[in-house]
Write a protein that binds this ligand. Structure first.
Ligand code: PEP
Length: 251
């Protein structure tokens, strides 16, 4: 049985004290969420240590938003997977469209990053998704397929259990435009089929595939009711504990 996950991506928001109080609120309300739904908060690197202390003893897991594509060394300003793991984080997001778009994150780099993340016992939330132009040109299937092939297919069947996929249509991120449940389900099912084609039906059935893009308490129930949507990667709405928890209660 694949896991249901609701992960908050705080992006470059909140100071450390603000992040600590948001994490406290999430922990305080986490008991309202069905026990088969895993909660994760992905926080800025500066917040990892302090938020880890808040999450200790709770079921809420901690994620970074990115990690370096090198193990260690002279890479000023970068944060390594080992550093992230040493804070108590268990996940890192990789390949968020904002990183692909603004920081030149290529599929090749993502393979390196995921390899190093796994070597340091971090699990990876791998984001894929098409932009508006690609959607309008009817290329959304091929864009997602190539992102999956270029990254996921570079790993073994055994390593699939350490990946979570987040389908995030770029045109729906932070725009208020959500993909309809049918549009999202169509791509989720396609991603699962693509994974099955390479790794077999059993591994594909076990893969958690999240939807991300203007997900909120009002639209989460319809999205999460779809066969192949196993939860959400939540941006803006994760900055309010009530909304984040409300989304996680939507299954
Ligand atoms: C995201 O950036 O991962 C995201 C889904 O953002 P939002 O929910 O704000 O669209």
């Amino acid at each position: 049985m694949r896991k249901k996950i609701v992960a908050g991506n705080w992006k470059m928001n909140t100071t450390v004290p603000e992040g600590v109080s948001l994490a406290r609120e999430v922990v305080a309300k986490a008991g309202e969420v069905p026990s088969d739904v895993k909660l994760i908060v992905a926080v800025p690197a500066t917040h990892l240590v302090s938020v880890a202390a808040v999450l200790e003893g709770s079921a809420v897991e901690l994620s970074a938003e990115n990690c370096a594509d090198h193990e260690k060394g002279a890479y000023t300003g970068e944060i390594s997977a080992a550093m992230i793991a040493s804070t108590g984080a268990t996940y890192t997001i990789l390949g968020h469209s904002e990183r692909r778009q603004y920081y030149g994150e290529t599929d090749e780099k993502l393979v390196e990053k995921a390899r190093i993340a796994f070597a340091n016992s971090l699990k990876v939330i791998l984001c894929v998704g098409e932009n508006l132009e690609e959607r309008e040109a009817g290329k959304h299937f091929e864009v997602c397929e190539s992102q999956i092939e270029n990254v996921l297919f570079k790993f073994s069947a055994e390593q699939m259990k350490d990946f979570v996929i987040a389908y995030e249509p770029v045109w729906a991120i932070g725009t208020g435009k959500t993909a309809t449940a049918a549009q999202a389900e169509e791509i989720h099912a396609f991603i699962r089929k693509t994974i099955a084609g390479r790794f077999g039906a059993e591994i594909a059935a076990d893969m958690t595939i999240l939807y991300g893009g203007s997900c909120k308490p009002s639209n989460a129930p319809e999205l999460f009711a779809q066969e192949d949507i196993d939860g959400g990667l939540i941006g803006g709405a994760a900055l309010k504990a009530d909304d984040f928890i409300g989304i996680a209660k939507s299954f």
